[in-house]
Write a protein that binds this ligand. Sequence first.
Ligand SMILES: *[C@@H]1O[C@H](CO)[C@@H](O)[C@H](O)[C@H]1NC(C)=O
Length: 392
Amino acid sequence: MASTRSLVGLGLLLAWLMRFLPSQGILGRVIIQKSQLLRWEDSDYSNNDCVVEQTANGCEDVKIHFDSNTAFLACGDPKGRASWYPGAGRHDAKSRKDFREKLYKYDIKSKKTTELRIEGLGGDFVTHGIDVIAVPGDSSKVHILAVRHSRGDDAISIFEHTLGTDVVTLVKDVQHPTIKTPNGVVAIGPMEFYITNDHYYVSGVKRYLEESFGPWSWATNVVYCDASQAELQCREVAKGFVHANGIAANDGKVFVGDSQNATVSVFEIESDKSLKLDHRVALGAAADNIKVIPSNGDLVVAVFPTLENLPLYLDNTEKLGKDLLVPAAALRLRKSANYEPELLYKDSGAAISFMTAMAIDPYHGVAIGVGVLQYGGFAVCALGEETLKSLQ
Ligand SMILES: *[C@@H]1O[C@H](CO)[C@@H](O)[C@H](O)[C@H]1NC(C)=O
């Protein structure tokens, strides 16, 4: 008890002292130039044909399963997140009432949204990144991999879902010391995946110091896990990010978005699943989730075209997208142009404010954007004819 208290005291003293030190470089702190983040700030708004779906709220991530024309969404409770959502720097569990968030499916053809009943998983389920992957040899089934934040250890929950039903059933809840502060997840097999960790410390004084004096260049990473065997194997495969966030994979490559340094890092997947850095793409805006356009292998990266004010959004979730507009944007990184960015979508925030992911369905000409803190959690937008043509 006494030692805990003196540790806390020491931490606070250290925090206080650090205010008097020049911040550059402290403990590997990375200083970001604002110009790195504002390249698209003055570009025109391009969307005008979106319908905001009110059935689901606070959707952080979306993944389209193209064979079944279905988008799967990880959604939740904006108000609850304002109290407790560790990735956003909110740790007040006592003020949050409910720790069960939701998965939805959206049928792109019928435009119908359905909540998915979760079976086999007890305890907390606070959502973040999500991915969906086919089950080899059974075209009626997919696995849904979801980041699961909880008041205990975080996990990646792997669910099985039979297409056309309204149920997901837990296959495995993957916990491992390397899965600390998961943010994004990408499956490369039904039981095999990469995740990003967005912080180094999970909670307590050290986390407070990290949130106050980071970002630190050593703090966030990418972890690979193979959960297909009885013995779970996980290991770090990449680091050196400022704030690793969204993650996607395609064509033997893994793409990692950095929400502080405004880059996408392109990695080659090696035969042992290690990652070898190919190059980093400067986006000109902080990156969140990354999606792949299946028709051409291009990437769609949700970015924040203006400087973020996360505490303001968290404290005004009921106004977000209504009285409080936060511009949203998505960049397209063409595979044929070595993933150089161009603006694909920009929204005043009237459809989706503080947009955290956008998935494109080139076959039905729609873009689905989601907002982690907004009531009315996702929007379905019709793509213009010219955009659509360029996607084929
Ligand atoms: C951070 O951004 C700078 C400038 O774009 C770039 O040179 C550097 O490689 C980036 N680092 C990471 C980890 O993304």
